[in-house]
Ligand binder design. Sequence first.
Ligand code: AMP
Length: 490
Amino acid sequence: MTLFTDFGLAQPILKALTAEGYEKPTPIQAQTIPYAMEGHDVCGIAQTGTGKTAAFALPILHRLNANPKPRRAKSPRVLVLSPTRELASQIADSFRAYGRNLRLTTEVVFGGVTISRQEKALANGVDVLVATPGRLIDLIDRRALSLREIEILVLDEADQMLDLGFIHALKRIVTLLPKERQSLFFSATMPKTISTLADSFLRNPANVAVTPVATTAERVEQSVIFVQTGRKQVLLETLLRDPSIERVLVFTRTKHGADKVVRGLDKAGIAGAAIHGNKSQPQRERALAGFRDGSCRVLVATDIAARGIDVEGVSHVINYDLPNVPESYVHRIGRTARAGATGLAISFCNDEEKAYLKDIEKLTRLKVPVMPLPEGLPAAPAGGETSERREPQRGRPAPHARGHQGHGQSRSADPNAERGPKRRRGRGKPGGNAQPQGGQPAGNQQRPAQGQRPAQGQRPAQGKPASGRQDGRRGDGAQVAWLEKSPRRR
Ligand code: AMP
């Protein structure tokens, strides 16, 4: 077994790891750190949640510390590129945490906030700069930053970088970097486009990889509830009355949808906050802080906004809408069950989304057990949508129409949709063409859970039925005790 002490990391770093409570390296750390410590380039396939931040941050801090240099204005020694602001902030926090006993400084820059404070920070000189590509280029163009002194480059979540359209910014950035440097490149997936990008950054890299995305799904206890669009909100409110839901991330596909869910929760007396691309940076930070400190137990997010969010103790993930990109489902449910914790993911699925569920089951090679609607769930509110047939979700091709749309990409059709990964079908991922297990079509709303849970009428009344009205507005008495985590399956 590899230990942190095996790597030869400086004592102050080991001390910080003890303070973080890390006992042993994760697999990506065990693979990456020895190469990175020696100054090799590394090409890593790993997603958020595997401990990849420490995999690059620890050797970087060690190398900077071993070769101290005076800080130079506007000229950092390390550049870490991240696709999103949230991930960038978290990476910077990690550098500060692991480097707390070292005399090194870390700064983070991203768009959506005033640039002058960032210019000032860079003018004072920083050792490690974490940046999103757009703001980085702005700072370079304003002559507030030079990349000439960069010794180590990290490109994190390369697949997201491309999906978010940062390719031109990256190509320009690479031309501004010194040729003599160490580069560490990470991506959750490695299709041809990403490996071509990697080639342009890396020299003779060591290749490392951990658990492919599809298999992470196995660690999370999952279920799906078939429900009409018009009853999703009331279903969510019913579930959220269960106190075993300690901290829940609710995913919607659109920014507008996220706001609508939060407004509904507010009306029902349930505190929730939304996080998405239309929120200002202070709003996002407030929402995340409340979610972290437990003052707000429900965070409603779009895929892009949630990427990189690393909050411990997320007990549940609820997919209010199923994503049309199966990989997004795996990323979403990976927000729970972090670092070996148990977690539960519940997906709401209307008729239109059944095709997405099939794609997800194909990718993960798992049949998602079906959970019945809670007993006594109120009907759709008057005036609400009563049939998903009448109001198909905007921007999504109906399953029967997708064949005519080639790869079914619907991003441009929906102005509300958060920019996100393209729908990619049949692109040769491991398991991508496998048949779902179980072989049953996932279609019957009344079908009991398959083997995982007792049927509706036989369920033991563990916990409390959610009849206690916390809000004084809707006493539906729906039974939700089955939300409690069942013993781990493996
Ligand atoms: P990351 O994949 O870098 O986003 O890390 C996911 C989570 O794992 C973060 O909360 C880290 O603090 C945590 N973590 C990273 N390395 C370790 C480790 N060796 N032992 C325990 N937790 C870790």
